[in-house]
Design a protein around this ligand. Structure first.
Ligand SMILES: Nc1nc2c(ncn2[C@@H]2O[C@H](COP(=O)(O)OP(=O)(O)OP(=O)(O)O)[C@@H](O)[C@H]2O)c(=O)[nH]1
Ligand SMILES: [Mg+2]
Length: 253
């Protein structure tokens, strides 16, 4: 796997003139890969940072996180924002010449959706389940711009399952320790003093304070129980992770 991963990166960097690194607005810094960014710039290719899913985060927070990234464009493939600006940026960098642009990033970050939003119609297949795009696919956007969709190869360099899950790059059904990730989500809400919002998302009032007890409380109140009314923390954890990944559970606003 490791070899085919670098093969894909090398091919993309070799074939493309511009590489778009797709970053999740909710986890801008974590969705970068410095090693791949270095490889791109060393080969004299241009990077554009595209922060997608901008509809899921507060603008001021994204701006703060993205202040060092240049050039950087904010997009929502869902709401169709930012695509005209991104196309203009590509044309500006290519100086009107024909250009190949590769789209890179973590699984499920929104690479294929971005391509469809740029094209204005569905050309790349998308899915809420990570690992959807398998091979490289070329999609012509206009006479001047050829886009390349790629699988979410970034995940092969990241061994931390919790991080991958929080970034939406790991299918909750395939997690070895979903409870650990759910506890992290609960802690995130606690750290931001937004535990009330977590309850609200599930139409319950959270009364406990300890994250493990909160997980059990949510399982009980949402009736995810095993025989003997024992909270099924594994099932509720997988559900919470899926809701986090889809944006149903979110910290902003
Ligand atoms: N809210 C929101 N959801 C988005 C946006 N872009 C993509 N998504 C959702 O994110 C999920 C993944 O989108 P894809 O475009 O398939 O992601 P990908 O990076 O191509 O994923 P892989 O091919 O699995 O690596 C889908 O459920 C999309 O609907 C966006 O701008 N806003
Ligand atoms: Mg894809």
């Amino acid at each position: 796997m490791a070899k085919s991963f670098w093969d894909i990166i090398n091919r993309l960097v070799h074939q493309a003139d511009i590489l778009i690194e797709v970053l999740d607005a909710r986890t801008v810094e974590q969705s970068r890969n410095r090693e791949i960014e270095d490889k791109i710039t060393k080969q004299g290719k241009q990077i554009i940072y595209v922060i997608t899913k901008s509809d899921l985060a507060e603008k001021s927070k994204i701006e703060e996180e993205a202040r060092h990234l240049r050039p950087c464009v904010f997009v929502s493939a869902k709401e169709k924002w930012g695509t005209t600006i991104l196309l203009k940026k590509i044309l500006e960098l290519s100086k009107g010449k024909e250009v190949t642009v590769a789209v890179l990033g973590y699984p499920n970050v929104g690479k294929s959706s971005l391509i469809n939003a740029l094209k204005g119609k569905k050309s790349a297949s998308t899915s809420p389940i990570s690992g959807h795009t398998k091979g490289l696919q070329k999609i012509r956007i206009s006479g001047k711009i050829l886009l390349m969709d790629s699988p979410g190869v970034y995940a092969y360099m990241e061994k931390d399952e919790t991080k991958l899950a929080l970034m939406g790059s790991k299918d909750p059904a395939k997690l070895k320790d979903p409870e650990l990730v759910a506890l992290k989500i609960i802690e995130e809400f606690q750290n931001k003093e937004k535990i009330h919002d977590l309850g609200e998302a599930y139409n319950i009032i959270i009364e406990k304070n300890d994250p493990e007890e909160i997980l059990e409380e949510i399982a009980l109140k949402k009736k995810r129980v095993k025989k003997g009314n024992i909270p099924d923390t594994e099932i509720i954890a997988r559900k919470m992770i899926a809701d986090w990944q889809s944006g149903k559970l979110r910290l902003q606003r």
